[in-house]
Design a protein around this ligand. Structure first.
Ligand SMILES: Nc1nc2c(c(=O)[nH]1)N[C@H]1C(S)=C(S)[C@@H](COP(=O)(O)O)O[C@H]1N2
Ligand SMILES: [Mo]
Length: 261
């Protein structure tokens, strides 16, 4: 399945960093952190530090040592809203990330593309882009955090996923919304239902004021600001409401499916 990305940061041993940070945490937070998969991405999310080199690794450890339980409990709570930012905080240019280079990103024809809807829903109709564009939209400026240790603030506009789930009569007692993507070698990701219903989880059609560019997932991505970047599928072609855990591209490589909350 495609090329596997390397998760190496110059001058930083990822495992040692996670281990050192774990040691610095107060008890309750440590237990939560370990239960959540103890990843570098979760550390990035907790501290807001981008780990690109040994200097930022040091500042991440300094941040962790200042933390107290209440701060961390709030960050790990799935009902908490992700912080939002002013336009001036947007990262430009916003990074591209995929398991291939940007010129190999899938070129999807928006005129023929349809979002397929499957599984535990009343209405399994497929949706054209035109139809989806008619739905009410909201804008959010939030931080995207990647397990590879970078983060960036972007502006995303689209329809809250919970609105769409209601519209199609989805069984919201089901465990997951499972997304499949149009990447050449496939990409997919399961989203737990609590997160699918989170008010900031969005079917995204615009980046900034523009139609979502190819690099960032045209024609539609799922923006999940309370989860790590890999739980934000781009080039979505189908959504299935299901009780079965169907795995995902990064999840299958050992990343915790619950990453980031
Ligand atoms: N279809 C698809 N979605 C994907 C990926 C991918 O390779 N293919 N990469 C994920 C990862 S790891 C990240 S960090 C973000 C990157 O989104 P961006 O290119 O908009 O920054 O997309 C996520 N969604
Ligand atoms: Mo990522």
């Amino acid at each position: 399945m495609g090329l596997k990305r390397k998760l190496i940061i110059p001058g930083v041993d990822k495992k040692l960093l996670v281990r050192d940070a774990t040691k610095l945490m107060p008890d309750l937070s440590r237990r939560r952190f370990l239960a959540g998969g103890a990843s570098l991405g979760a550390l990035t999310m907790l501290t807001g530090c981008d780990v690109n080199d040994s200097f930022s690794a040091e500042s991440l450890l300094a941040q962790i040592s200042k933390f107290n339980d209440s701060v961390q409990a709030a960050l790990f709570n799935p009902n908490t809203l992700a912080p939002t930012y002013p336009e001036s905080a947007i990262t430009r240019p916003f990074p591209f990330n995929g398991y291939y280079s940007v010129d190999e990103a899938p070129e999807i024809d928006g005129k023929t593309w349809k979002l397929e809807v499957r599984g535990l829903v009343d209405n399994k109709k497929s949706w054209t882009l035109e139809e989806l564009y008619q739905l009410p939209q909201e804008k959010q400026i939030t931080r995207h955090i990647c397990v590879e240790g970078w983060s960036a603030i972007g502006s995303w506009t689209g329809t809250p996923l919970r609105h769409f789930l209601k519209l199609i009569g989805a069984d919201t007692r089901a465990k997951y919304c499972w997304f499949q993507c149009g990447d050449q070698d496939g990409y997919n990701s399961p989203l737990d239902m609590a997160t699918a219903l989170h008010p900031q989880t969005q079917m995204t059609f615009k980046f900034g004021n523009e139609i979502l560019p190819t690099a960032y997932g045209y024609p539609m991505k799922i923006r999940v600001p309370t989860k790590l970047g890999f739980k934000n599928p781009k080039y979505v072609i189908s959504m299935e409401v299901t009780n079965d855990y169907k795995g995902g591209y990064w999840e299958d490589q050992g990343y915790n499916s619950f990453s980031g909350s």
